[in-house]
Write a protein that binds this ligand. Structure first.
Ligand SMILES: [Zn+2]
Ligand SMILES: [Zn+2]
Length: 77
């Protein structure tokens, strides 16, 4: 996890708003959640088939596997 996440990479490019941030575990792409208008994390999964994201929200340590539609925690703290 980078300490400073400026925001959803694609929203910053498009000038749109995001709600919550998700990080791709394959390439580190930061995208926004499915409650955000543009749903860039899911769009990134569809575009790249990178299978796993994790929450980039402070205090949240869950991950989500798209192919399995499964939520899991890698290392509970
Ligand atoms: Zn976004
Ligand atoms: Zn990715």
């Amino acid at each position: 996890m980078p300490d400073e996440v400026p925001g959803c990479e694609d929203c910053l490019v498009e000038g749109t708003q995001w709600l919550h941030l998700r990080m791709c575990q394959t390439c580190g792409h930061i995208g926004c959640c499915d409650n955000s208008p543009r749903r860039h994390a899911t769009a990134h999964n569809k575009a790249t088939e990178h299978p796993i994201i994790r929450s980039a929200e402070p205090g949240e340590d869950w991950s989500w596997c798209y192919p399995d539609e499964l939520m899991f925690v890698v290392s509970p703290s």
